[in-house]
Ligand binder design. Sequence first.
Ligand code: HAM
Length: 417
Amino acid sequence: MVKFVSVRGTRDIFLHEVKKLRYIERCCREVVSKYNFQEIILPTFEDKQLYQRSIGETTDIVEKQMYEIVDTKGRKFVLRPEGTAGVVRAYIEHNLKNIFPLKRFFYFGPMYRYERPQKGRYREFYQFGIEIFNEPSPSSDILLIKIILEVFNKVGINGVLYINSVGCDRCRPQYTTELVKYLNSIKQSLCNDCKIRLQRNPLRILDCKIDTDKIVNIPQITNYLCEQCKTNYEEIKQLLNKQNIEYKEDKFLVRGLDYYTNFVFEYKVHSLSSTQNTICAGGRYDTLIKTFGAEDTLACGCAFGIDRMMELVTIPKGSKTDIIKIGIGTVSDEYVSKGFEIADMLTQNNSKYIVIGPLCKKSLKSQLRLFNNEQCKYVVIIGEEITQNKVVLKDFSNNRQEVVEINFLVEKINKIE
Ligand code: HAM
């Protein structure tokens, strides 16, 4: 008999973990809805070229991490490794600029990357992403940061903000030339991956965990920024200062996706393992939309790594997820129909209550055992008192029980709560 287990790098999320995931998702939704972001539900797979052309042919994601699907007609699709490319595609395809006065979008869902699985790094993982189109820097960058801080504050996370500017098409080429010149001079000491990166995507070497000590004297991009990028970066820093938002400059922060221009950032939590401690990251990508054939459109965004946030969050007591389970017990099967009526009555205008039962063909004793195992707080027992419109309400927390008139049942439970 073949025994199936979940595929490496994927995981089943259940019990407390699923509550945590939904709690974080809900907190993110609550914050972005205050700022008029609109939800967009994206397909989980798209044309392979969409990702090759947006994320960049020579990035790790495109070169090594994409899950490819070839359909029966030989067409190549990819399980989405991220959400930004999909939002940009949808924005252009449906002319969303004419539909939404404010072009602010968010999405939530699983992403797929073929990475070496470990705690906080999965092959299927969840992101909550936000994208802002057609709004200039620095106000839109600061809005992103403020939203992130509001989410962190809500869920009780303390992250450290790292920022950098990666320049633009005008200044980055000159920086890259200088960088390659320097890296060639120390080529022998680079790791094997970086020797290849030197040919294909030298900026990525700045992000190499192995070669960090060798890049101490490396040319820094902020010294090569054109006037416009320099001014923009200064404006962002000034506004962060005025808003009392703490940050650290990381001159080696380049991000693993090629579409970024100017301002980039990452939020890290140092209590997590150093290779998976970025819990939210993003930046500007002012040229991406144009490269897909649409008109020049400013853009910035970021994505929260929900799986990593789950490691840091505890659901506060008294939050909405603290639902109350109520068992609906019946002394015999003749009361099952009444049991359904009472279950409806309890759940109909009250999202706090979850009912279990009625269950037929089980003794009251085994129903009570099940309700207890399911951690029901109360049990409503329907027996012969029903002829007087009454039921027994048992409180599992103290094992007390009393006869209650059905009309006052909800009121009674609410009062105890
Ligand atoms: P990213 O940095 O590739 O950016 O991913 C954002 C976040 O997703 C990471 O900081 C991390 O928390 C989480 N993450 C990434 N890979 C994994 C994984 N294998 N397992 C668990 N969590 C992971 C983006 O995806 C950009 N699209 C963000 C963005 C939006 N930029 C502009 N708009």
